[in-house]
Design a protein around this ligand. Structure first.
Ligand code: S3P
Length: 168
């Protein structure tokens, strides 16, 4: 089976869903944020502070370009769709799933997650977080060939929906 690329906003469940998909399909999971953290040897927050968002985006593009033919479960970072070049690369990949989640639900999850420090939301309130999310929606939609609604669904239900869509 082809690899599956998961895209969606921060808090959409890309890492969690990726882990379950990996167990169910036997395909190895890779997480772009983790790969970048390994490469840069610091946290994403520290990297944003020292080198800026643009430098981080460049690293995302490099990793994406190297992953085009991988038959893996790939969990991307939420901002992967911001660059046109990345959207073009995603369009070349056979299975790109957008985990579509209601904005209020995302805000709730991001505020509840005390473990991950995300530079683009860490000091923002609910409305500001939505202002980051809403303009990205068309980019997620144009980059994906499968859109899965996740609001109100359990991770297992989401994984079943994805597997049904890809014909497994
Ligand atoms: C970002 C999402 C993060 C991480 C970085 C920027 C974004 O990944 O790549 O903080 O711009 O949406 P997650 O979506 O895994 O939190």
């Amino acid at each position: 089976m082809n690899g599956i690329v998961l895209i969606g906003f921060m808090g959409a469940g890309k890492t969690t869903i990726g882990q379950i998909l990996s167990q169910k399909t036997g395909l190895e999971q890779i997480d772009f944020d983790d790969l970048i953290v390994q490469e840069i040897g610091m946290t994403i927050q520290e990297y944003f502070d020292q080198y800026g968002e643009e430098a981080f985006r460049k690293r995302e593009t490099e990793i994406l370009a190297k992953s085009l033919d991988l038959e893996h479960i790939i969990s991307t970072g939420g901002g992967i769709v911001l660059k046109e070049e990345n959207r073009r690369l995603l369009n070349q990949m056979p299975t790109v799933v957008y985990l579509k989640t209601d904005a209020d639900e995302l805000v709730k999850r991001l505020k509840a997650d005390k473990e991950t420090v995300r530079p683009l939301v860490v000091s923002k309130g609910p409305d500001e977080i939505k202002q980051v999310y809403l303009p990205r929606i068309p980019f997620y939609e144009e980059s994906a060939n499968i859109i899965v609604e996740t609001t109100g669904k359990t991770p297992d239900e989401i994984v079943e929906t994805i597997l049904a869509e890809v014909g497994e």
